[in-house]
Design a protein around this ligand. Structure first.
Ligand SMILES: *Cc1c(COP(=O)(O)O)cnc(C)c1O
Length: 388
């Protein structure tokens, strides 16, 4: 056998992981620049560059880098003055940080079901759950696909509720031409290593409701007016409000900025992979073996995730095992939060059948910048061979 054949076979059998963080090559340069500038605490030069990028690229009125999306969500709960006795409505099919941020302020969480055609929250169910105690609706743009925001926003307006977008997965995606993250009063993004654009751990708060901007800056800086003081707008630097250390080191911002400069390149490759999966797997959908993600006409696709829906939990378990035998890592996603060990005893609502179906039947396929066309073929072949 020739060496190139051996290498080809090795590649064909090598393990395909679910995610592999991509580095553009500029990260270390920028970290060195931050170190050489002699300032690696928060709100430094690279933080400002990242802020400018987002404000320019998406027209966000005001953004604040945070150490995580979890932190950005916690800032949202503080900014909205959520307190014990308040209720916050959100989908059960989401990450724990979405409710945790509000639970930390003493709120009761009211879990809504997903839509039948997407894992996003069902606006009609949201409206049915509103009580006099409801203060806010938190939507999650699952897989970067927009929720039906016109309906959510009109419900919020009718009952005078705040809207928070958990846009952790939603960078560079849109609802009717409007960037996700620009629609709610507040929005939270993630740059965790599992997202499209990364800084290891990292996140960002977007403040669209301009009445909340100056308080957001104070909460961000541990409850002080430090940022205004350093701009020369105040002659004292004092304790003004509650707050915490929500701002990341400029080293983190340096890594993020290297990624943002390459955002379009990253997005183009991810979208090509997503489309290749769709093309390869749509015959299986036509046969009725699986369902592919549905992208409503009002939404764009930022290729954060490619998932398939199996027809039963049993099918999915067997498919995961089959792919594992082929050295491919495919993984399921959220367990229903209303049934979680932490919340099930407090949950007073009804069954959430769509949430449970996504929880049992959804399977996420590997999707990252360096996934090759050959890898996608191998993954699609493995799924095809399972269904025979
Ligand atoms: C990733 C994610 C989070 C948490 O993001 P971190 O930056 O890790 O805190 C929150 N919500 C959703 C929907 C996510 O996908």
């Amino acid at each position: 056998m020739k060496i190139c054949d051996i290498l080809a076979i090795e590649r064909m059998n090598s393990r395909i992981r679910f995610n592999k963080p991509y580095f553009t090559g500029k990260e270390i340069d920028y970290v060195l620049q931050a170190v050489e500038a002699g300032k690696i605490s928060g709100d430094g030069g690279f933080t400002k560059k990242c802020h400018e990028f987002f404000e320019k690229q998406y027209g966000f009125p005001k953004v604040f880098l945070t150490t995580s999306c979890t932190d950005a969500l916690e800032m949202c709960a503080i900014l909205l003055k959520i307190q014990p006795g308040d209720e916050v409505i959100m989908p059960s099919f989401t990450f724990v940080s979405t409710p945790n941020a509000f639970v930390l302020r003493g709120a009761g969480i009211v879990f809504a079901d997903s839509e039948s055609r997407t894992p996003n929250v069902d606006p009609l169910h949201v409206e049915a759950l509103i009580t006099p105690k409801t203060r806010a609706i938190v939507v999650v743009h699952y897989a970067g696909i927009a929720c039906e925001m016109d309906v959510i926003l009109s419900i919020a307006q009718k009952y005078r509720l705040s809207v928070v977008e958990d846009a952790a997965q939603a960078i560079d995606s849109r609802y009717k031409e409007k960037p996700l993250g620009s629609l709610g009063d507040l929005a939270a993004f993630s740059f965790h290593e599992s997202k499209n654009v990364i800084s290891g751990e990292g996140g960002m708060l977007v403040v669209n409701e301009t009445g909340l901007t100056s308080r957001a800056e104070i909460i961000w800086e541990k409850g002080t007016n430090r940022a205004a003081f350093f701009r020369g707008e105040s002659d004292k630097y004092t304790w003004q409000d509650v707050g915490s250390s929500f701002l990341p080191s400029d080293v983190i911002a340096a890594i993020l900025y290297a990624q943002l400069e390459n955002l379009q390149q990253i997005q183009n490759r991810r979208k090509a992979i997503w489309n290749a999966y769709r093309d390869a797997l749509s015959p299986l959908e036509e046969k009725g073996s699986i369902k592919l993600p549905e992208i409503p006409a009002y939404a764009t696709n930022n290729a954060h995730m490619f998932y398939i829906l199996c027809s039963s939990a049993n099918d999915r378990t067997r498919l995961i095992e089959h792919m594992k035998q082929d050295n491919i890592q495919a993984i399921f996603h959220y367990l229903p939060l209303h049934k979680s060990p932490f919340y099930r005893d407090q949950y007073r609502g009804s069954d959430l059948p769509n949430c449970e179906r996504y929880s049992e039947c959804l399977l996420r396929l590997p999707l990252y910048y360096e996934l090759s066309d050959l890898d996608v073929d191998r993954i699609a072949n493995s799924i095809r061979s399972f269904f025979g």
